[in-house]
Design a protein around this ligand. Structure first.
Ligand SMILES: [Fe+2]
Length: 299
């Protein structure tokens, strides 16, 4: 079957959301040179690729409702953690971008590439459409003396070149934050072990990834992919799972699968994560708290 071409009209539609453009907007904000920043993190949006799951578990419009809520807050920028579409084709991206344009307030909006944003969510695939619409899938930026790194784990592995790049861009003093779509496999319940759980976390490069973020003293790694919320401390790094952006919540019997987004406040001596639930509740995550989903829902 011939590969679908990226339509020019879609490229135009996405142009305002291109990463380089959003980063230019961000660099012009006064907070760029201060020592405080607040931002939003929102997880998976895709409505599931199986019609039966869509019918039974998906709630139409949740992602865009949450995007509207996060964009209404006085935050400097928002990061979407990937899996914006069920499968990375033109029709899905067009529908997503139409919805995004309706709720976007104009504040910088940055993306992460998820496995569903590729040509095939769980098979041999490419990210040509994602990169054609948004630009680079691995990138970093500075804001308020914090280094933010976006890492592409959408292929369910990290290459040696990515790991070398990650080590280099984290080799700076000060606060560092990493955003990536999939959890590394050694986060046990979110990553799983072996074939059975491999959909839950990336395996290739996972050990090296954890070693690099630990050595660099990264403050947080934010991840999606698993449609749940949780916090784990691993190797001195806090990993925050925030996969409840709007995707279907399959039954797991756990309170940790719920729709939500995060807001994060960083100051010279503090970092504070807050969970915002769909019904408007806001809960700060205490520094000592570790929440492990017992039966996570996997993408
Ligand atoms: Fe995913």
């Amino acid at each position: 079957m011939a590969e679908e071409k990226l339509p020019e009209k879609l490229v135009l539609m996405a142009s305002r959301f291109r990463t380089e453009r959003q980063l230019r907007r961000l660099s012009r904000l006064p907070s760029s040179t201060t020592d405080k920043v607040s931002f939003g993190v929102i997880g998976d949006a895709e409505p599931s690729r199986f019609w039966i799951y869509r019918k039974l578990f998906n709630r139409e419009g949740v992602f865009h409702d949450q995007m509207h809520a996060v964009q209404s807050l006085p935050l400097t920028f928002t990061v979407q953690l990937g899996d914006m579409v069920g499968k990375g084709n033109a029709a899905n991206y067009e529908a997503f971008l139409r919805g995004l344009r309706r709720v976007w307030s104009g504040r910088p909006y940055l993306t992460v590439c998820g496995n569903h944003d590729r040509s095939r969510p769980n098979g041999k695939s490419h990210s040509t459409f994602y990169r054609g619409l948004f630009g680079r899938a691995n990138y970093f930026f500075e804001h308020a003396s914090v280094r933010f790194v976006v890492l592409d784990s959408s292929a369910k592995r990290l290459t040696k070149a990515q790991l070398r790049w990650l080590k280099l861009v984290l080799d700076v003093p000060g606060r560092k934050i990493v955003f990536t779509h999939m959890p590394p496999v050694q986060l046990s319940l979110w990553g799983g072990i072996g074939k059975i759980h491999e959909l839950g976390g990336f395996i290739g490069g996972a050990k090296e990834f954890a070693e690099i973020v630990s050595a660099a003293k990264v403050s947080r790694v934010y991840m999606g992919h698993v449609h749940a919320f949780g916090v784990q401390d691993h190797g001195g790094v806090r990993y925050v799972l925030t996969g409840g952006g709007g995707s279907a919540l399959f039954p797991s019997g756990n309170d940790d699968s719920f729709h939500h987004f995060l807001t994060v406040e960083i100051g010279p001596t503090m970092i504070r994560d807050r969970v915002h639930t769909l019904d408007g509740k806001v809960v700060a995550i205490p520094h000592g708290l570790v929440i492990l989903p017992t039966h996570p829902v996997r993408a």
